[in-house]
Design a protein around this ligand. Sequence first.
Ligand SMILES: [Zn+2]
Length: 392
Amino acid sequence: MISYISASYIYPVTVEPLKEGVIVLDSDGLILEILTAAQAESKGITNIKFYEGILVPGFVNTHCHLELSHLKGKIAKHTGLPGFVEQVIRQRQANDAELIDAMEIADRNMYAQGIVAVGDISNKLISKEVKEISGIYYHTFIEAMGFNPEKASDIIEAAKIMKEAFQPLNASIVPHAPYSVSDNLFAEIRKEAEADQELISIHNQETLEENEFFEHKSGSFLKLYEFLGLNIDFFKATGKTSLQSYLPKLSPSLKTLLVHNTFSSSADLDFATANHSSLYWCLCPNANLYIEDKLPDLPLFLKAELKITLGTDSLASNDQLSIVEEMKTLQEHFQLPLAQLLPWATINGAEFLGIEDRFGSLEAGKTPGINLLEYVDKDGEMWITGKIKRLV
Ligand SMILES: [Zn+2]
């Protein structure tokens, strides 16, 4: 059955907003046509369901850790990253039933919050069954982690087995973070990624301490390695920031998501764009405020015209998994209207995940999901209130 929906505005993302435009849909949510108000009228279409608000495509959450969902409300805020990592390691153990329950609730909440696709970091296989029955599209990033160079081949073998086990779901093997992956392991991940043209994701410059560790081999990361019982005598300071130290170890042409970027400088952005041709920059503002109480220097990112995506990170470092809440935080801190934020929340993430043929914009031939956002019009710029209803 064909249905017609309209609202105060339609924001297709890939083309200009349409005032009172009409979306023509089939019963599977496939968009057949997008019409202007005048086109709908001239076609004599009358049975249009009209909503007050703005219709936007389903959101793409490019960075999540579903398997940490049981840590909601358990991790103290503003401890800084090394303290956060320590807390997560101490508290992440739970029985399988508890983990699965928490993941199912988180998955359903993301769906209700209008999220249609997720890039999800996994260390274990346990999220597979939740993902398989979910209404959300998942790409799993199997996170390889190990700073001890001697363990690289064991770690990559275990990651390959997990990738197989995740089939038929899409999965790729990725490095956790610059400070937790040895040169040998970076090389193994690169070999695997290049063989399969895979997507890469890595936590980048989430804390100032990360740069300090690479530049001078000092700061609170040393305490973290001590907590982890890891001898790091082999590590030599590079004299460069974290990003400038590790980026050359990644394949320069594979699509790569740099996550957080809270302490990336203008020189880092210049270095990155000069040395890598396919970078996406994922912002997780609510997690940054939760852990470090600091946000990335967004004006630098805008000036450099980087491809920005949004992520919620996990419920260990966020009160909810909602892309609308991430947009709202950026709107409040940087005075960015919806028109600027929306591509970050939709098409850029879809493009990174390689699913832009189905998701990311309101266009004929796509099944992108449709969300209704409440808005306030300030001098012709639309600002969201945070209220959302998933319609399709
Ligand atoms: Zn993360």
